[in-house]
Design a protein around this ligand. Structure first.
Ligand code: NAG
Ligand code: NAG
Ligand code: NAG
Ligand code: NAG
Length: 398
C-alpha cells in the first residue's frame, strides 16, 4: 500500500514537472523562455498592499495565504507581481494583529518577514513572483504630487534605492521562482525636491537638454546591472515613462522611445519592457458611447501599437497593469475592455491584471477593508467578485 501511494505521488510530481515552467527564465528575441527553452507566457496578477501605509500584503486578515495562493492558481495565473516600498524595507515595522487575523503565525512579525512568507507560499506552489518597488514612500500610487514619480526624492537618494534593490535581489537569490524585478513604477511628473511650490521634473527616455528632465534609461541601466549582479536569475523589468502629448492633451505611459535607445545591461538578454494601460490613458475616446465595431477598434488599436504593441515584435513586452471594474458593466458592457483584450489576443503580450485584492489597503484616498472595485476577489477573499471577468482573462492566457 505504502509503495503504491509513493509511486502515485512520484507520478503526480512527474506530471507536474512536465506541465509546468522550469525557471530561471531567459530572453531570446522577443520571447521569454524557461531553462529548457520552452516558451513562457506570463499571465500574472498584482497582489497589492505591502507598498502602502499598512506595510503588509492585503487580505491576510480575511484568508490564510495558502488559500489565497490556491485561488490564484485556480483562476489560471502563473505569476504574481508583488508590490513593496523602499520605506517598507528600511523601516520594517512589526505588523499589528488586525492585518493578520487569518494568518496567526505572522502576528507580531515584521514587514519583511511577512513579505518573504508570501513569496515562499506562492513559489512553493510554482507561482512565479516579480518583485515590484511600487513606491519609495509607503502609500497608494500614483498621485501627481506624491514625489514618487522618479527614482529619488528628498527622503530617498539614488544610492539608497540601489542599495535596497540589491538587498531585495540578494534576499531571494536562492529561489528560482522569483523571476523578475520591476525597477520603479509609473515614471511620471514629480516634485522630488519639495512640495508643489518648486518646478516639476519629468522622466525622459535617453538624454535630454531640458534641465527639468531626468534620464530614466540611464538610471535603469545602472540599477538593472546592480540587481542582476546580486541575483543572476532575475529578469529586469523596465517601464517606459509617461510622455506629454501636446497634440492630444494627454499624458499616457509609453514605450515608443525605446527602439531609439534600447537598454544595454552588462548581462545580455535580461530586459523586459513594461507599460501600463487603463481606459483613462485614452482620453480622446468616449468608451461609454463607443460601439464595439471593427472601425472603432482600428482607432484605439493605433494607441496600443504606438505605446507598447509594436515593440513586442522586437522585445518581450509585459503589460504590468491593466484592469477594470469587476461587474457586468466593467467587462461585457465596456468597449475599452473588449478592445484591449482583443489586442492582447492579437499580440500575445505578457500581462499582469491589476489587482487580485478584494479589499483596499490604507493610503491616500484608500481605506483599509473597503471594497476594491477592480479586484478579482470578493470582499471576503474567498471567491471571484465577478466570474465573467475571470473568464475574460482566461481567454488571454496563452
Ligand atoms: C486556509 O483556509 C482554507 C479556507 O478557509 C481552509 O480550508 C484551510 O484549512 C486553511 N488552512 C490553514 C493552514 O489554516
Ligand atoms: C505598428 O505595426 C503595424 C503592423 O505591422 C503597422 O501597420 C503600423 O504602422 C505600426 N505602427 C507604428 C506606430 O509603428
Ligand atoms: C449592455 O450592452 C447590451 C448590448 O449592447 C445592452 O443591450 C444592454 O442594455 C447593456 N446593459 C447595461 C446595463 O448597460
Ligand atoms: C483570439 O484570436 C483568435 C484568432 O484570431 C480567435 O479565434 C479567438 O476567438 C480570439 N480570442 C479572443 C478572446 O479574442
Amino acid at each position: 500500500m505504502a509503495n503504491l501511494k509513493l509511486s502515485f505521488i512520484y507520478l503526480l510530481q512527474c506530471i507536474q514537472i512536465i506541465s509546468s515552467i522550469l525557471p530561471p527564465l531567459k530572453i531570446k528575441g522577443n520571447q521569454i523562455l524557461d531553462s529548457r527553452s520552452e516558451i513562457v507566457h506570463l499571465h500574472c496578477v498584482n497582489w497589492a498592499g505591502a507598498h502602502q501605509r499598512d506595510f503588509v500584503t492585503s487580505g491576510l486578515n480575511l484568508q490564510n495565504r495558502s488559500f489565497i495562493a490556491d485561488q490564484i492558481l485556480d483562476m489560471g495565473f502563473n505569476c504574481v507581481r508583488l508590490q513593496y516600498s523602499a520605506q517598507m524595507v528600511v523601516e520594517n515595522p512589526v505588523i499589528p494583529q488586525i492585518f493578520l487575523e487569518e494568518n496567526k503565525d505572522l502576528i507580531n512579525k515584521r514587514a519583511l518577514h511577512i513579505y518573504q512568507e508570501i513569496v515562499a507560499t506562492l513559489t512553493q506552489k510554482n507561482i512565479m513572483v516579480i518583485l515590484d518597488m511600487h513606491m519609495m514612500d509607503a502609500d497608494w500610487c500614483c498621485n501627481w504630487d506624491d514625489q514618487n514619480g522618479l527614482w529619488f526624492n528628498e527622503r530617498w537618494s539614488k544610492k539608497t534605492v540601489i542599495d535596497i534593490w540589491v538587498f531585495m535581489a540578494d534576499l531571494f537569490k536562492d529561489n528560482q521562482w522569483v523571476i523578475g524585478a520591476d525597477l520603479r513604477n509609473e515614471l511620471r511628473i514629480s516634485y522630488p525636491f519639495g512640495k508643489i511650490s518648486l518646478f516639476p521634473t519629468f522622466p525622459s527616455w535617453g538624454r535630454s537638454i531640458s534641465p527639468w528632465k531626468y534620464d530614466w534609461a540611464n538610471f535603469a541601466e545602472t540599477l538593472g546591472n546592480a540587481v542582476v549582479k546580486a541575483n543572476r536569475n532575475l529578469l529586469i523589468i523596465v517601464q517606459g515613462p509617461f510622455e506629454v502629448k501636446l497634440t492630444k492633451f494627454s499624458y499616457p505611459q509609453t514605450l515608443e522611445k525605446i527602439p531609439g535607445r534600447p537598454l544595454e545591461l552588462d548581462v545580455p538578454n535580461r530586459v523586459v519592457y513594461s507599460c501600463h494601460d487603463y481606459s483613462w490613458f485614452h482620453r480622446e475616446f468616449n468608451f461609454q458611447e463607443m460601439k464595439d465595431t471593427d472601425e472603432n477598434y482600428e482607432k484605439i488599436k493605433k494607441n496600443f501599437q504606438i505605446r507598447w504593441g509594436n515593440l513586442s515584435k522586437q522585445y518581450p513586452v509585459w503589460l504590468g497593469e491593466f484592469g477594470t471594474v469587476h461587474s457586468f458593466q466593467g467587462v461585457e458592457n465596456n468597449t475599452y475592455w473588449k478592445f484591449l483584450t482583443r489586442y492582447i489576443n492579437e499580440t500575445k503580450v505578457h500581462w499582469a491584471y491589476w489587482p487580485l485584492d478584494g479589499t483596499q489597503a490604507s493610503g491616500r484616498g484608500r481605506e483599509f477593508g473597503t471594497e476594491e472595485t477592480f479586484g478579482l476577489l470578493n470582499t471576503r477573499w474567498d471567491g471571484p467578485a465577478y466570474s465573467g471577468l475571470i473568464d475574460s482573462l482566461k481567454n488571454i492566457m496563452f
